[in-house]
Design a protein around this ligand. Sequence first.
Ligand code: GLA
Length: 350
Amino acid sequence: MAEGKVIPTRDSFGRLQDGTEISRFTFKNKNNITVRIINYGGIVTDILVPDKNGKVVDINLGFDDIKGYEARHPYFGAICGRVANRIAGGKFTLDGKEYQLAVNNGPNHLHGGVKGFDKMVWKARVDDDTLVLTYVSPDGEEHYPGELTVEVRYRLTNENELVIDYTATTTKATPINLTNHAYFNLAGQGYPNIDDHVLWIDAYTYTPLDQNIIPTGVITSVEGTAYDLRTPTRLGDRLKYVNNGKGYDINFCVGGQLGKLTRVASLEHPPSGRKMEVFTTEPGIQCYTGCNMATGVFGKGGVEYQKFASVCLETQHYANSVNQPNFPNTILRPGETYRHTTVYKFGLTA
Ligand code: GLA
């Protein structure tokens, strides 16, 4: 084993209803952090991290078995694509041709459609310290143009970083926007609120939404709004002022130069001392604090997940970019390579 690297091990996570066996990969680093990932949806199933006293809990919402993930759930830990987030009316025009995708979220297309990348069985192999997941999305899948070959590389370092590298190539021009949709609660998954979490997002601007939860197209300053998280903010003090008490479900335009890995957000939980920092090459973070969480979703250990009891920090391009020429480009063309890196770094508060 190479010195200093965390080599994943593989076991079975059971079978889908159609009999397909799903593999689970476990990374355990020298600081007692464990991350588990399955090749169904590229889902991060568990993230176990110690608190300031060494007590380890799982901070990532999800299920104990494959049955939970195969049933309907709000994208726990999953890779979302071909286009994560919303496309207005599921419609777009590309090189003069109109496309109509599935409408699976009110009037909109969400997270790749009826069967997005979160529900696919990915090919998996271990390359040294990296889990390499590949998926070939056929031309026309969910009515998207072009055969898209996607590779997602996961690794955990001894510096406590969960590194996610995404690449993709296509045979025809297509929109693309990939993210991981993990839900975090640093007090431990199943804890009934996120009030004591302190959130910092390095965004001077955000993209306000219309009544259909689609960005209006305006990129506006966070100054003087509930979207100003440039100073670390305790969520229990803030959420009631956000979107009539519904909390965050919106895109923040994060700092840094597009394509350059930059520290853009942090989430801290002072009572336990757990902390998570987010680094990304992407221009946006969809921050979602679980306002749509349905009641009756029973997660790991049978605990019923509550609304407003987790935080998603989905690094990505802005929602509906394909219809907004002033947003950073999401069109991938043949001969180009889509690249995105996001790092979730775990640690303790100072
Ligand atoms: C994203 C969306 C939310 C919600 C969740 C999944 O965060 O912006 O509105 O759909 O995914 O439920």
